[in-house]
Design a protein around this ligand. Structure first.
Ligand code: RAM
Length: 927
């Protein structure tokens, strides 16, 4: 703190005057400094470890450290940083970096700086903080303290054993009979495991590590340990098994304690027979768990309670559970107090130690699946004697919660679906057709008859809007059944809104379908299949990254693909898989998920680590793909432009284009990773494919392939039409006009079309396509009552698919104008290029980039455009504004003539004014 110093004696006269001046000077200096501190608050804000805040149970040997800068001034940029890491918070607060001191590093990087200190130890918590230097070499104060905690890094850290319920147990008396099949009931009931232990002394901290397969719900002293649902996420259990770490420090009590775990079948023990053969999975086995509770006492001593054959096990009220079929619960079979200390478990058999799944244990870092909303139904209708249909108001993924009072033994069935038949009943025809075992998506609850009973299933989720209820004696009230929304709890990362209500509805439907299709991995639909279709995933990935913090979730799923990759390099159409999808459904258009999603993670999140991790696998894939090409470098393999509105596009056109894209991405990644030979070799190959593509598919006059919208849009969007760009764009516009400004594409073409148009001067045409309300269009679905996106333009199949969802990315990119610049991965350099559509009165778009929030908002009042932007610190932006004749452009009410240090003019043409801005907020007026 600056101090005022009176340098002279208290005298009058000349000297005194001099002292006075000196004093005054200091006063002004002080005021200036205070002003600076009050108004120019420059500091390090949010700290992020591997894209998480204060994570526990991680396994990265060198966690990636990032931080955001905060200031209310323009152009605050970092020129150097210093990171301190300590083993205790006390050490760190005294700047004692006993684990790592990076020292001052001259660098503008504030994203993903790899830790380079001492070797990190299992279970250890590490505290870190950072300070930075700005352009004037002024150092900031240290950030607040953040931490990360390591999980169980070595197999030897696991003291616990895998345990299961012994098969000899007479489950049959607990399990209800399956109607059509005489399948062994052992497989379908949910075992409850119990372990009593005592705590002596004062607990300082406690961690619970568990992998309970298929799914687990864990309790400590009768309380649920977490709000995770359907935990852990699905992986190929013979390759990878995820475990979760919980801080349970506050849940222990002195004296007797009890751990309780209930296991569901999930995908680990999928006995339901369906097309994809998960019942035949190599990993399939009865539910199993491994767990350990590690306690640290105030006096420094430790104890651990781990799973072994001293645990007790019993059947309970969940008599049946299958992710495809449903869950049956007999409340009369509840065992009161089973997971609390007073309960006597002497009658319960011991658990059995088993070999467990083959997969390597890894921490679950993807956000958990959670209940995220509870919907009150819109209506309940009697559709037949004793049959009532609840309408949840929108199509969701999740389940229903029943609140009911009925005599003991009353059986209530809940039948889930997203469509109604003509007579108003739940229609499952289009979603149940691939499952051989019945019932499909049905819960059964048997009442215990003790007052109000509240129940929801634990080990299933459904895609539904309607629930048909059987077994009630009278018409229920609306609040007897609520709709619980359940999905991977991805944090929001972006918001788009505009004055066109239809667009806002499309945006909302798209976000809904995206979330409805994330349950530990991206799926095609939450009802019929619940499969990790690769094509659907990559088509929705960019919109996913604009709207949500999906980075961890994709990292996890990309490693799932690695687990599925065959030695040849080949990958299946669905991931995870029990073996289905290598002979149907794959091909370059779907497999490109493996190339595109890591590439998107690099572009949108600056994630270079994923590229490094995957590189050998990606190379193997691309080399495999080359074997699928004919002598002319054409690939005819794959599904093509799936679910088209009307016109089919030749498969070889879209497949060969993806072949080009994949090879080109590999070359770019090789360049980034310094693999110059690979980079050159694949660049040459990409060029060869490009020539071959044009030779085969270019028909002259801008027409590619069969002249379908997808054909031209593909050539433009995938960067294959450079030589005929202008005519091809014109031909595409013509093809759209021919359909009266409707799209005529399947899932591939729909993604290319809007960008191909708006990136080449025809955003107005793209706008008209999106603004349609007649078939085929998003607006058509909405006019039919859609609250999600559908699988087909005519609505004939699933009503909860996300593969047509890239339109939301178009909202952000074209109308909001936000995207990472080509040379600005992770938004280090931001491109702001909004299309000020004249019918729109306003647009508000924002995105939480790794550096902080980007905002891009505009309004059009009688032809005067007001454009306001916020650029996060430590980034720059390139802003494109229309430079129309007779219009003048102002920033903060000052006419932009020459530019200044925060606002450089980099290009001025008749159409455009391109500015380069530093960080901060700007407000432009185009009059
Ligand atoms: C359907 C899926 C998915 C699609 C595949 C090819 O069964 O639902 O959307 O990618 O087919």
């Amino acid at each position: 703190m600056h101090q005022l110093i009176w340098t002279g004696p208290l005298k009058t006269g000349k000297k005194h005057f001099k002292n006075m001046i000196n004093f005054r000077y200091q006063l002004i200096l002080l005021l200036l400094l205070t002003f600076n501190q009050v108004f120019a608050q420059q500091k390090v804000g949010k700290l992020i470890t591997g894209s998480m805040v204060n994570p526990i149970g991680i396994d990265a040997p060198a966690p990636l450290l990032s931080w955001q800068l905060e200031s209310n001034e323009h152009g605050f940029q970092q020129t150097a940083y210093q990171i301190l890491v300590a083993s205790t918070e006390a050490n760190l607060l005294q700047d004692i970096a006993d684990v790592w001191d990076s020292r001052k590093v001259s660098s503008i990087t504030s994203l993903d700086v790899p830790y380079k200190g001492k070797t990190l130890k299992s279970k250890q918590r590490y505290f870190w903080k950072v300070r930075i230097w700005d352009q004037q070499d002024k150092v900031s104060s240290y950030s607040s303290v953040s931490f990360w905690e390591m999980g169980l890094l070595h197999e030897t850290d696991w003291v616990g054993k895998w345990i299961s319920a012994p098969r000899i147990l007479d489950w049959a008396k607990f399990a209800s009979k399956r109607e059509e099949e005489n399948v062994d009931e052992v497989f379908s009931a949910a075992p409850m495991f119990r372990k009593a232990f005592s705590i002596k002394g004062n607990v300082k901290s406690a961690r619970f590590y568990i992998s309970g397969l298929g799914y687990n719900v864990s309790y400590l002293n009768g309380k649920k340990i977490s709000d995770h649902i359907l935990d852990p996420a699905f992986t190929r259990y013979d390759k990878t098994v995820l475990y979760t770490t919980f801080d349970v420090s506050g849940m222990l009590q002195s004296g007797e304690n009890v751990l309780g775990v209930v296991l569901g079948n999930g995908w680990y023990n999928m006995f339901t027979r369906a097309v994809w053969g998960f019942d035949q999975a190599a990993w399939r086995n009865i539910p199993t768990l491994i767990a350990q509770l590690e306690v640290l006492y105030e006096d420094g001593s430790k104890s651990s309670i781990s799973s072994d054959d001293s645990w007790k096990v019993s059947a309970g009220p969940i008599t049946f559970n299958s992710v495809f079929q449903g869950e049956f619960y007999d409340a009369r079979k509840e065992v009161p107090g089973w997971n609390m200390a007073a309960f006597k478990d002497t009658e319960w058999p011991y658990a059995l130690a088993v070999s467990g799944p083959l997969g390597v244990k890894k921490p679950q870092l993807i956000p958990p699946i959670r209940e995220t909303a509870e919907l009150i139904p819109k209506s309940v209708t009697e559709v037949g004697k004793g049959k009532y249909v609840f309408d949840m108001g929108r199509n969701i993924a999740g389940y229903a919660r029943l609140k009911i009072q009925a005599p003991a033994g009353t059986e209530i069935s809940l039948i889930y679906g997203e469509r109604l038949s003509k007579t108003g009943e739940v229609d499952q025809e289009h979603i149940a057709m691939y499952s051989m075992d019945k019932p499909f998506h049905t819960d059964k609850y048997t009442c215990k008859g003790e007052g109000l009973e509240t129940w929801n299933p634990s080990f299933v989720y459904y895609g539904f809007q309607y629930v048909e209820v059987h077994g009630l004696s009278a018409k229920p009230k609306l609040n007897n059944l609520t709709g619980i929304v359940v999905h991977t709890d991805l944090e929001t990362a972006g918001k788009f809104e505009c004055s066109n209500e239809l667009f806002n509805q499309i945006q909302s439907n798209t976000r809904n379908s995206y979330l409805n299709n994330f349950h530990g991995f991206p799926t095609d639909c939450p009802q019929r299949e619940k499969n990790g279709w690769t094509g659907d995933a990559h088509l929705a990935a960019e919109m996913g990254l604009y709207n949500f913090k999906s980075q961890q979730a994709y990292q996890k799923w990309l490693m799932d693909i690695v687990d599925e990759q065959r030695p040849s390099g080949e990958i299946p159409g669905i991931v995870p898989t029990a073996g289905w999808g290598y002979f149907f459904g794959n091909g370059p258009a779907w497999d490109s998920a493996f190339m595109l999603i890591p590439w998107y993670l690099y572009q949108y999140n600056g994630d270079k680590e994923i590229l490094e991790k995957l590189y050998p696998h990606l190379k193997r894939y691309v080399n495999f793909l080359s074997t699928k090409a004919d002598a002319e470098h054409i690939i005819s393999w794959g599904l093509g432009d799936w679910c088209p509105a009307k016109t089919q596009t030749p498969v070889e056109l879209t497949s060969t284009a993806y072949y080009f894209v994949d090879v080109q991405i590999l070359s770019k990644i090789a360049t980034l990773l310094g693999k110059t030979d690979d980079a050159a070799q694949y660049a040459v190959r990409a060029d060869v494919i490009k020539k071959a593509f044009n030779k085969r598919f270019y028909k002259g006059n801008g027409i590619y392939g069969n002249g379908s919208q997808t054909s031209m849009a593909c050539a433009i969007y995938q960067g294959l039409a450079d030589e005929n760009l202008e005519v091809t764009v014109a031909a595409l516009v013509e093809a759209v006009k021919e359909k009266d400004y409707h799209l005529d594409c399947g899932i591939l073409g729909t993604k290319y079309l809007l960008h191909a148009l708006s990136d080449h001067g025809h955003a107005d045409v793209a706008y008209r396509i999106v603004n349609q309300r007649t078939f085929p269009s998003w607006g058509y679905w909405i006019s039919q009552g859609a609250t999600t996106l559908w699988e087909r333009w005519d609505g004939s199949a699933s009503r909860n698919h996300v593969m047509f969802g890239d339109v939301s990315a178009w909202f952000y990119k074209a109308l909001g104008g936000i995207s990472p610049a080509k040379d600005g991965a992770g938004y280090k350099k931001i491109l702001l290029k909004p299309y000020f559509q004249s019918e729109l009165k306003w647009v508000k778009a924002s995105h939480d980039s790794p550096y902080g929030q980007i905002q891009s908002n505009w309004e059009n009042k009688n032809g005067v455009i007001k454009y306001s932007i916020v650029i996060p610190h430590n980034t720059t932006a390139q802003v494109h504004l229309p430079n129309l004749k007779g219009k003048k452009i102002y920033e903060s009410n000052k006419l932009i003539l020459k530019g200044n240090k925060d606002l450089k003019i980099v290009e001025r043409s008749d159409q455009e004014l391109v500015l380069e801005t530093s960080s901060g907020s700007y407000s432009f007026n185009i009059k």
